[in-house]
Design a protein around this ligand. Structure first.
Ligand code: SAM
Length: 278
């Protein structure tokens, strides 16, 4: 049975050119009669060769079309403090502590924040309502047009000032438009880029932030990410474990705070946070 399944998948991949399979995946994901798991499975199987040949192109294709792992990024599942996972609470708590060490009161002193890979804008909304009450500029960019559209609608209805931009972080320099933000956030996003491309985004973030860049990426289980000589592929989804510490230092930045807890899982995540500045 397994052999028949594998042969069918391989035959489909061989017979149908990639652009056609990509369109098929987009169509499949609009078919709400298929469960998200089935849609995810077919997307991965139909594009397996693409994922191998062009890892970054594959991630871009999935995120920009709101496919596969992006299916859980929906307003009801993401907005609101009740949807904030434990690892993100730990991140916010570390951020508060670090700001306090720098004699910065988040509610009073932080005036502008930007998030790279902001999805629907749920994190930015939390910053607006719960953390940075004095912020007048709260903005973010994401490649997922569906998430940006849904997020904008939700934020507008809530009377929010959060501004969402749809675009690829490869063009972050243009999206920031020469502005300097107090804090730039980038959580769970650089992992979808190759080391050199992630470093280019990091360079823009470092030079465009006044107080710090606050980063979170998957922690490597076997070894502290800070000891990795180069980025390592995460087998189950083809994303990457980066050494963000080294990236910051190579770019002439300073690591203000770091946490690596790759040895334990917190809501399915292995925590690796780096707060840095130029
Ligand atoms: C795992 S989600 C993390 C979302 C959010 N930052 C968080 O921490 O909850 C990754 C996000 O990065 C976005 N993303 C992936 N590649 C991108 C790119 N090249 N440019 C901009 N956004 C990208 C995805 O669309 C998605 O919203």
């Amino acid at each position: 049975m397994q052999n028949i399944k594998n042969t069918t998948k391989e035959t489909l991949r061989r017979l149908l050119p990639l652009p056609l399979r990509q369109r098929l995946c987009i169509g499949l994901n609009r078919s709400k009669w298929l469960t998200p798991d089935v849609r995810y499975w077919w997307t991965r199987e139909l594009l397996r060769d693409f994922a191998k040949k062009d890892r970054d192109g594959y991630h871009r294709f999935l995120w920009s079309n709101h496919l596969a792992y992006s299916l859980t990024y929906e307003v009801e599942q993401r907005f609101g403090e009740e949807n904030m996972v434990a690892s993100r609470r730990a991140f916010i708590s570390d951020l508060r502590n670090q700001l306090s060490k720098m004699d910065i009161v988040p509610e009073r002193d932080i005036r502008s924040v930007f998030e790279v890979g902001c999805s629907l804008g749920y994190q930015l909304r939390y910053f607006e309502t719960d953390l940075f009450a004095a912020a007048t500029e709260i903005a973010g960019v994401d490649i997922d047009g569906y998430a940006i559209e849904q997020g904008r609608r939700h934020l507008e209805a809530a009377g929010s000032r959060v501004r969402l931009i749809c675009g690829d972080m490869a063009h972050l320099n243009d999206q920031l438009d020469g502005r300097i933000y107090d804090i730039i956030f980038c959580t769970g996003v650089l992992m979808y880029l190759a080391q050199e491309d992630a470093a280019r985004v990091m360079q823009v973030m470092l030079r465009s932030s006044r107080v710090m860049v606050a980063l979170s990426d998957p922690g490597y289980a076997q070894l502290d990410n800070g000891l990795l000589e180069h980025s390592v592929i995460r087998e189950h989804d083809g994303s990457r474990f980066h050494n963000l510490d080294a990236m910051v230092k190579t770019l002439g930045g300073t690591v203000l705070f770091r946490r690596w807890e790759g040895h334990r899982l917190v809501d399915g995540q292995r925590m690796y946070f780096v707060f840095a500045k130029q």
